[in-house]
Write a protein that binds this ligand. Structure first.
Ligand code: ZN
Length: 478
């Protein structure tokens, strides 16, 4: 696209955006908080829920926008000061133990308002919630030292990028490197509890919990296991071209209990089955509440802000549940995150396997702890109206392989068996796994392969983070 037309379109966007911004700021941010952490007391639902007129231009394509910015930065133009930004200069900062976002932003001369805008843009993604000591933030400033872009390295494969939009907000984008899975076998024998034996063999806490969960419909781990019983687990490790991301999944399990053998295999549909193709986990629930509440805002990943045209996706469904409604986990899983966010409110995230994840936002009370195993249908929280909401509701998300999908219509594992037309393919899938699992009966086996158990991403951490950190932005990273 010729530079001139970009600039012309761009300057139109700028003028419209400035006008929209003036109105928006005037109306919405009259009482702009002076502290980075006070949560705006504002009874307005997240932007695109507003049904304002739709006269603004569509959101410029992000890549195009970046290109325009790059062009503008190298060729000085007759255009407004906004696009006259010269060489953007990135500043990297590695999170230290004891840091807070508020302090980091202040140290970099970034306003509390900007931090709020970022948190707002992050409400549907919660990427900033993954920050911990060692995480690198890269700030890119323009010539006026205004923050243009924030890059957050979530793991070696994923970067969350927040780019300033013309209306002064931020747009979130996740950049993922190509990924593949590599696996290793972890074997051991039972001495004491399965928990202790699993850790000793090289599984991490979350993996031990997952193995127990996958086989618990078949045997009681506390009562049934005996010294000398053996197990073998194939653990998948997510990799980029060059290194492991730290994400893991259980791909296959074999457990010898006396003369009996129990199996579980992860199949391509994300569900786990035994060697005959019967599901080992119950199907997912469609709804996270007993009653089916009215959908007050539908799933819409392509939602555009009606005024700014900025992408403001709605990554879940809003269910009109009154405050205090019991919220159930829709599947068996491990609580991977809990938190309190100025826009998302109190939230719970549950990992169901390497494939499925659910999130529950705006809760009034969280009833589970990080690292805890939960069952399908188990009460995990009470719904509420925390964060930035117009009124009480439950925001419910379902992610399949890291992508949000419509939880009310997505294909989820509901079948109790591998479908008949896929059973041959399933048998073929498990044949090499069975060969790898096969634990010689004369164990004691030592952990084989390369147990990377200690640095798994979903390590159980029983401290109740929400109790320690009620003010987002001021949570200390430990
Ligand atoms: Zn919502």
């Amino acid at each position: 696209m010729p530079l001139k037309s970009i600039l012309t379109r761009r300057s139109r966007h700028i003028l419209l955006a400035i006008a929209a911004l003036c109105i928006t700021v005037g109306l919405m941010w009259q009482s702009e908080p002076t502290s980075a952490v006070s949560i705006p007391i504002q009874q307005v639902e997240l932007p695109a829920d507003q049904s304002a007129d739709n006269t603004a231009p569509p959101a410029p394509d992000a890549a195009e926008d970046a290109k325009a910015a790059a062009d503008a930065s190298t060729k000085d133009t007759e255009n407004s000061a906004l696009s006259r930004a010269t060489e953007p200069h990135p500043v990297a900062y590695e999170i230290q133990s004891g840091d807070t976002l508020s302090e980091i932003f202040e140290d970099h001369g970034i306003s509390a308002n900007t931090l709020h805008k970022l948190l707002e843009a992050d409400a549907e993604f919660l990427s900033l919630e993954t920050i911990q000591p060692g995480t690198t933030l890269t700030f890119t400033f323009d010539e006026k030292n205004q923050l243009q872009k924030l890059d957050l390295q979530m793991d070696v494969a994923r970067t969350a990028s927040y780019s300033r939009t013309e209306d002064g907000g931020f747009e979130h984008e996740e950049i993922t490197k190509p990924l593949h899975w590599e696996s290793n076998r972890v074997s051991g024998d039972i001495h004491g509890s399965f928990y202790a034996s699993g850790l000793k063999a090289g599984l991490d806490k979350a993996q031990v919990a997952k193995v127990s969960q996958l086989l618990k419909s078949k045997l009681n781990f506390r009562r049934d296991l005996r010294a000398g019983d053996t197990f073998s687990v194939i653990v998948g490790h997510e990799h980029t071209d060059s290194q492991a991301t730290g994400n893991t999944r259980i791909e296959a399990i074999e457990l010898h209990r006396g003369s009996r053998i129990y199996y579980a295999f992860l199949y391509s549909d994300g569900n786990y089955y035994d060697e005959t193709g019967d599901s080992v986990t119950p199907a997912f629930l469609r709804w996270p509440t007993k009653r089916h509440y009215r959908v007050t805002s539908p799933f819409n990943p392509k939602r555009l802000h009606p005024i700014t045209g900025r992408r403001a996706p709605h990554n879940g469904v809003d269910l009109g549940a009154p405050s205090g409604t019991p919220v159930m986990s829709t599947g068996d899983g491990i609580v991977s995150r809990i938190g309190n966010h100025p826009y998302a409110g109190k939230y719970v995230e549950i990992e169901h396997s390497g494939t499925y994840k659910t999130r529950y936002l705006h809760l009034s009370k969280i009833l589970v702890r990080r690292g805890e195993a939960v069952k399908r249908g188990e009460k995990i929280a009470l719904s509420g109206a925390t964060g930035r909401v117009t009124g009480p509701h439950l925001h419910f998300e379902l992610h399949v392989r890291h992508h949000p999908v419509n939880p009310l219509t997505a294909k989820i594992p509901t079948s109790a068996r591998v479908p008949a037309d896929r059973i041959a393919a399933f048998r073929q899938h498990i044949r090499p796994l069975l060969a790898r699992l096969n634990v010689p009966s004369h164990l004691p086996a030592k952990a084989s392969g390369n147990p990377q158990g200690d640095n798994g991403p979903t390590q159980a951490n029983n401290s109740d983070w929400t109790q320690q950190c009620l003010r987002p932005g001021q949570c200390r990273f430990n």
